[in-house]
Design a protein around this ligand. Structure first.
Ligand code: SF4
Length: 317
C-alpha cells in the first residue's frame, strides 16, 4: 500500500475508500501516526445544546428539523438562558473540551442574535469553555456581534459533494454555504465544517466533499453517518454499505486531508462503529457525548469509560 498521504490525489483517495478490508489495519496504523503527531492520544469530548429546535424553513432531506420533516421531535423557539447556563456549568465542571450550541433555521432576526449574544456573554462570565455554534446563515453584522460576544468557532457543514447537493436540498445552494463560511473566516472565526455519509451519494461524492473541506481549511471536521430518522425524507435510505470498515476508511480520509484538524466521529458512531472504538480513536480525536440535536446518544459517563477502555485519554484541562 503506497500512498503519498501528505499530498493525496483524488484518485488515491478513492482507492483508499475501495481498499480491501484486509488492508485496513495497515491504513489505520499509518493514519494513527498522523493522529499521534498532531493530537497525541487525547480525545476531546463535546456536549451539544439544542437551543432552537425544529420548524426550519429549509428542506435538507436528512434533517428531522426540516420544513418537510414529520419526525417526532421537540419543537421550540428558544431554550431559556437558565437552561443554557446549566448546560454550560455542567460542561465546565466536567472540564469538557467545548460547548456546542445548535439552532435550527436558515436565518435569524437581529433580535434573536442580540439575545443570543447576551447569552454568550453570560456563559463566558461563568466559565471560559470554548463555544461553537451551529447557526445557519448569518449576516456579517450578526456574525461580528457573536464574535464580539465571545463565540469561538462556528459550525457550518457542507454535508455532501457539490454535485450531489441538489439531491438533498433545494431551498439553498452549496455556493451559499461556501460563501457563508468564507465570510465567517474573514472576521476571524474558527470553522467546524464536515458532512454526512450515507445520503445516497457515491464514493466519488465522498471524496469530492472531503476535498472541498480540505480547501476550506477548517479547524474541525465532523463526520456524521446517516441515522435515517422516521418522518424524514431519508427514512427508508439503505445504509447497509455503512459497515464499520467503510466508516473507518472514510474517517481515515478525513484525517489524511486535514491532518491537524479536530476530526470528529459525530452522529451515527454509536450505530455504525460500536465495538470498533479502538480503531476509531486511532483516527479521530473528537466525539460528542449525550446525543445529538434530535437523536439520543451515549451517556457522558459511558463515553468517558469507553475512551479509557480503548486506551486513550479524555481531554480534561
Ligand atoms: S440542516 Fe439546518 S438548515 Fe437544513 S433543515 Fe435542518 S435545521 Fe434547517
Amino acid at each position: 500500500m503506497q500512498f503519498d498521504l501528505e499530498n493525496l490525489s483524488r484518485e488515491d483517495a478513492l482507492v483508499i475508500l475501495n481498499l480491501p478490508n484486509t488492508h485496513l489495519p495497515e491504513l489505520l496504523s499509518s493514519v494513527y501516526e498522523i493522529r499521534k503527531k498532531h493530537k497525541g492520544n487525547v480525545v476531546n469530548v463535546q456536549l451539544l445544546t439544542n437551543a432552537k429546535s425544529g420548524n426550519c424553513t429549509q428542506n435538507c432531506a436528512y434533517c428531522a428539523q426540516s420544513h418537510d420533516s414529520e419526525a417526532d421531535i421537540d419543537r421550540y423557539e428558544s431554550i431559556s438562558r437558565e437552561q443554557l447556563l446549566k448546560d454550560g456549568a455542567a460542561i465546565s465542571q466536567q472540564k469538557l473540551a467545548r460547548h456546542c450550541i445548535g439552532f435550527s433555521g436558515m436565518s435569524f432576526s437581529d433580535g434573536e442574535i442580540t439575545r443570543f449574544a447576551d447569552d454568550v456573554r453570560a456563559l463566558k462570565k461563568e466559565n471560559d469553555t470554548p463555544i461553537c455554534c451551529s447557526i445557519g446563515f448569518l449576516t456579517k453584522e450578526q456574525a461580528q456581534q457573536l464574535k464580539d460576544a465571545g463565540v469561538d468557532r462556528i459550525n457550518h457543514n457542507l454535508n455532501t459533494s457539490r454535485n450531489f447537493y441538489p439531491q438533498i436540498c433545494s431551498t439553498h445552494t452549496y455556493e451559499e454555504r461556501i460563501a457563508n463560511i468564507k465570510m465567517l473566516q474573514s472576521i476571524g472565526f474558527e470553522i467546524c465544517c464536515g458532512g454526512i455519509i450515507g445520503l445516497g451519494e457515491t464514493k466519488e461524492d465522498v471524496v469530492d466533499m472531503l476535498f472541498e473541506i480540505k480547501a476550506i481549511r477548517p479547524q474541525a471536521v465532523p463526520i456524521n453517518f446517516l441515522i435515517p430518522v422516521k418522518g424524514t425524507a431519508l427514512e427508508q435510505m439503505d445504509t447497509s454499505h455503512l459497515t464499520p470498515e467503510f466508516c473507518l476508511k472514510a474517517l481515515c480520509l478525513a484525517r489524511i486531508v486535514r491532518p491537524e484538524a479536530d476530526i470528529r466521529a459525530a452522529a451515527g458512531r454509536e450505530l455504525y462503529l460500536k465495538g470498533r472504538e479502538k480503531e476509531m480513536f486511532c483516527v479521530v480525536d473528537s466525539i460528542f457525548a449525550s446525543g445529538y440535536l434530535t437523536e439520543a446518544g451515549q451517556s457522558l459517563r459511558d463515553t468517558m469509560e469507553m475512551i479509557r477502555e480503548a486506551g486513550f485519554s479524555p481531554c480534561v484541562e
